[in-house]
Design a binder for this molecule. Structure first.
Ligand SMILES: Cc1ncc(COP(=O)(O)O)c(C=O)c1O
Length: 388
């Protein structure tokens, strides 16, 4: 049997279903109850008890001291970068292998993405190669790290925990501290993923989470900024809620803010979803074991598994093709999708998109290689029950 057909057959064996999406939300908890309560009480919009509760619950689940919920992950990352004092004209180091929102948020701050390479172990920023790159390009001018080639300040580094697999944050924090550069985590995909027991998104100055419809926990659309710094948390709340000074009736706004609020209706959904996070993570981890088992005798492919010392949420299951069968990726995508088993390639490298092609950065041979060799598999947590 050809590789594409063999993989299709094995995926179908795991999912046990004739048609299966890449990732579907599961609403088997208190979603109806909490959302109905919003409708019954009229508290559907930008304030309400579920907004406050979702923020408390997120802080508890992640171990961050504070969480501020926002309209989506992209707006959350933009504000998180602003909290880190990223300004117009800065460069922000991000992985070339990421979803487009990581770069867009940088540009929404008036800054420029500076692309970095990935590593095979985590699929995210490779810290040793980034260290070499920074050593070659960074010049300290008046105590500030500047790209000597462009003259721009390096405003922040944004690691992204790809498909829920954590970047080596202790090593990255060490590197960033040596250069005096802030770290803002794009933890859109890694709710429930840990490094030595510590939640992703709590190592840097602040982080963004996403609750888009395809994420491990969804609010329909939504996001959050998490941080251990109370001043930053207060500022995040202020900026994302139109910068209005608290007052029972007066409209005094003290700077140009945003309406990036998460409605109570969405927060209600989030509270119900978060109650099930541990179950979702357990199901996804079990699904990974089943895929790894089903594919173990298929030459040329391997399920990507977590790095030692990390506990991944396995948000999107990831097949890595050997380099010598990478040319069969599109045949695998065609065969699996034709058979109703929805699969996807990874993103095009951001540095190759038209609006980002002229941005600065390091050579990205590993990101380029991975971009040819990744296929994401059906990953809904409910597949574990469907196949059982
Ligand atoms: C890595 C990454 N960054 C940013 C985002 C943006 O989040 P949102 O869709 O909530 O704006 C997403 C997901 O959509 C993502 O996967």
């Amino acid at each position: 049997m050809a590789l594409a057909e063999l993989i299709t057959e094995r995926i179908r064996r795991v999912t046990g279903l004739p048609r299966v999406a890449l990732h579907e939300p599961s609403f088997k908890g208190n979603e109806w109850v909490y959302v109905k309560e919003c409708l019954d009480t009229g508290w559907v919009s930008s304030v309400g008890s579920y907004v406050d509760r979702f923020e408390r619950d997120l802080a508890e689940v992640t171990g961050a001291a504070h969480a501020v919920v926002v309209s989506n992950g992209t707006s959350g990352l933009q504000v998180a970068l602003q909290l880190a004092c990223v300004r117009a004209g800065d460069e922000v180091i991000i992985p070339a292998l990421s979803f487009v929102a990581t770069a867009n948020a940088v540009v929404h701050c008036g800054a420029t993405p500076h692309f970095a390479d990935s590593e095979y172990a985590s699929l995210g920023l490779g810290v040793p190669a980034l260290a070499d790159h920074l050593a070659s390009i960074v010049e300290t001018r008046s105590g500030v790290s500047v790209n000597r080639h462009t003259g721009q300040r390096i405003g922040a580094i944004v690691p992204m925990h790809t498909f829920g697999h954590p970047v080596d944050m202790p090593a990255l924090m060490d590197l960033a501290q040596r250069h005096g550069i802030a770290v803002v985590e794009d933890a859109a995909e890694s709710l429930g993923s840990l490094i030595d027991g510590r939640h992703t998104g709590t190592h840097g100055l602040c982080a963004m989470l996403s609750f888009n419809g395809n994420k491990i926990v969804t609010t329909g659309g939504g996001g959050a900024i998490i941080t251990n710094d109370v001043t930053l948390a207060k500022r995040a709340k202020h900026l994302t809620t139109t910068a209005k000074q608290p007052h029972p009736w007066a409209f005094f706004h003290d700077e140009v803010g945003y309406n990036f609020r998460l409605p109570n209706l969405n927060a209600a959904l989030g509270c119900a979803q978060l109650e099930q996070l541990a179950g979702f993570v357990a199901a996804k981890r079990e699904l990974a074991l089943r895929y790894a088992d089903a594919l173990q005798d298929v030459a040329g492919v391997k399920l990507f598994t977590e790095r030692a010392g990390t506990r991944a949420n396995y948000w999107l299951q990831t097949l890595i093709l050997d380099a010598d069968v990478a040319d069969q990726r599109d045949a695998i995508l065609a065969s699996t999708n034709a058979a109703g088993q929805m699969t996807r390639p990874v993103w095009e490298l951001l540095s190759t998109l038209p609006m980002y092609a002229a941005c600065p950065g390091m050579d990205t041979p590993i990101a380029r290689d991975l971009a040819r060799r990744i296929v994401n598999l059906p990953s809904s947590p409910q597949l574990v029950k469907a196949a059982a």
